[in-house]
Write a protein that binds this ligand. Structure first.
Ligand code: PEP
Ligand code: MG
Length: 557
């Protein structure tokens, strides 16, 4: 008898539907018991040789790949060649560990450091674990861990997938990816989306699935149905066909009654430029992303070259550049004022720019030069601004170097509350709802366990958005949203109803939001905003909005 259908919920990170059996990525075997090495020098030599072989294996893989995929695998190879790792191995051997354990412990110390840094660095942990498992397998003469040889089209289920594994998956045999760990910006998510493989991450219960179990995966909603009925499979296929149609729609963002809401892209570097997705410009260029692994501050010339490359793609369209948002979840080696007990509340974003003035001055100068050399409509904004006075200082500094459109992100509740004063200075503002939710709800955005509190449908967050929009409207100043909430179709409607004038999101979210806007009038969006703000909590706010949404949109979610 076929077991009955049940649903596991995760986060959809690569849209598309897939139905197929589970191919389980078996975790590496436990390490053997090893005696204290008699000859630590020989043990070290064998470890170094294993690390070298692991690095060479990854470099050979990278040579068969292109673009981001090649870069990520090369980055993994670089970890195996990190001299700090060999120093760590020395320390572990000195404690009396055998070679495999010493190697493993050295990697664990490295992993703990990345986890302590959080954010982008914590999301690299699965890459390091993969390199560690490879080097250990080579040292012990065991087969390399990873995805099993696939004999039929399958859905790969893993704790997480390393870049080397994800990059080499054959889309003809890999129907989808389901992981228990990972996040929206982990390599699994980035590469799966790039390769068009439907994927869901952070799926509760994924690791309890047995090989061969039939799954229906919805990469949009992150829903994974175990032993789906034929009705579920048909519904998934119908949604996939509808979404494929929605992806063909084009044109600027407009509600059903013609009210314009610009649809913009969030990017981190040139490789994120939207391909095959029509956008009206860039609403958030996260400049710190390019420099995450840089040891020294980039020169003005280096920055000019980088910005010009991006601006060249947006002739006649706006590109909103955010000055370096260093610190907390995005630490930069060259913009660091030392350890702080609570980095999210510390000297990050604009606060760092004030304390290291050359950093901000160089970036504004580079942006000013690059904007003069190109036809994009360059706008500049500062992150983590807390007061109208800070906003005024930043806007004045940008105007002084010839950048005409200068604004700020509203991601600190204090600034949202003082929006009327803020708009006496700013040419525009963009609501960073990721941080706005974190600071409003006092809930660390990196803690998956607090995701309920971080839901942007929290009525308190919506009240702050509404207040900021009123401040902007009182002076006729544009106000956008560039947090992840802008890419949620229902939330995009609420934000429109609250008065935002542009929505900036991951390029893959644009088609659904364009469709959602076209399905609803501004009056309906306003009614949705009122209903959400009148709700007692995030879940009922979302429910109240869904109750006003068109069936044609609900069918796609
Ligand atoms: C935000 O906080 O919403 C935002 C867009 O900035 P980031 O996610 O880069 O902090
Ligand atoms: Mg932010």
């Amino acid at each position: 008898m076929t077991p009955s259908e049940r649903v596991l919920q995760g986060i959809g990170v690569s849209a598309g539907g897939a139905v197929g059996p589970v191919a389980l990525v078996v975790p590496p075997e436990p390490l053997p018991d090893e005696p204290r090495p008699e000859d630590p020098a020989a043990a070290k030599a064998s470890i170094v040789a294993a690390l070298d072989a692991a690095a060479r294996g990854l470099e050979e893989r990278a040579a068969r790949l292109e673009g981001d995929a090649a870069e990520m695998v090369l980055m993994a190879a670089g970890m195996a060649r990190d001299p700090g790792l060999v120093e760590g191995v020395d320390e572990q051997l000195a404690k009396g560990f055998g070679p495999a354990r010493a190697l493993h412990q050295a990697f664990e110390v490295f992993i703990d450091q990345l986890l302590a840094l959080g954010g982008y660095f914590a999301e690299r942990v699965s890459d390091v674990r993969d390199v560690s498992a490879r080097a250990e397998a080579i040292l012990l003469g065991r087969p390399l861990p990873g995805v099993p040889e696939l004999t039929e089209p399958s859905i790969v289920v893993a704790r997480d997938l390393a870049p080397a594994e994800t990059a080499l998956l054959d889309p003809a045999l890999v129907l989808g990816i389901v992981t228990a760990d990972g996040g929206r910006t982990s390599h699994t998510a980035i590469l799966a989306a790039q390769r068009g493989i439907p994927a869901a991450v952070r799926v509760d219960g994924a690791l309890d699935l047995a090989a061969g179990t039939l799954l229906a995966l919805d990469g949009e909603s992150g829903r994974v149905t175990v032993w789906p009925t034929s009705d579920t499979v048909e519904a998934l296929q119908r949604r996939a066909a509808l979404r494929a149609h929605v992806a063909t729609l084009s044109g600027p963002g407009r509600t059903a009654c013609g009210h314009p809401v610009a649809l913009l892209a969030n990017i981190g570097d040139v490789s994120d430029l939207p391909v095959g997705v029509e956008v009206e410009g860039v609403g958030l260029f996260r400049t710190e992303v390019v420099f995450l692994s840089a040891q020294h501050a980039p020169s003005v010339d280096e920055q000019v070259a980088l910005y010009e490359e991006v601006f060249a793609h947006f002739e006649g369209r706006p590109v909103t550049v955010r000055t370096l948002d260093a610190g907390a979840d995005k630490p930069l080696a060259f913009a660091n004022l030392g350890e702080e007990p609570n980095p999210a509340l510390g000297r990050r974003g604009y606060r760092l720019g004030v304390r290291i003035p050359a950093l901000l001055a160089d970036q504004l100068e580079a942006l000013s030069i690059a904007s003069r050399n190109c036809g994009a409509l360059v706008k500049v904004m500062a992150p983590m601004v807390a007061t109208p006075a800070e906003a005024r200082d930043f806007v004045d500094a940008a105007h002084a170097v010839g950048l005409q459109q200068a604004g700020v992100m509203i991601e600190v509740p204090a600034l949202a509350l003082r929006a009327h004063d803020l708009f006496a200075h700013a040419d525009f503002a963009s609501l960073g709802t990721n941080d706005l939710a974190q600071y409003t709800m006092a809930a660390d955005r990196m803690l998956g366990d607090l995701s309920d509190l971080l839901d942007p449908f929290q009525p308190a967050v919506l009240d702050l958005v509404a207040h900021a929009c009123e401040g902007a409207a009182s002076r006729g100043t544009p106000i956008g949203v560039c947090g992840e909430s802008a890419g949620d179709p229902l939330m995009a409607l609420v934000l429109t109803g609250l008065g935002v004038t542009s929505l900036s999101m991951a390029p893959s979210r644009v088609a659904m939001v364009r469709h959602a806007l076209r399905e609803h009038s501004l009056d309906t969006c306003r009614a949705m905003a009122d209903a959400a703000r009148a709700a007692q909590d995030a879940t009922s706010a979302r429910g109240a909005v869904a109750a006003l949404a068109s069936p044609a949109l609900l069918e796609l979610l």
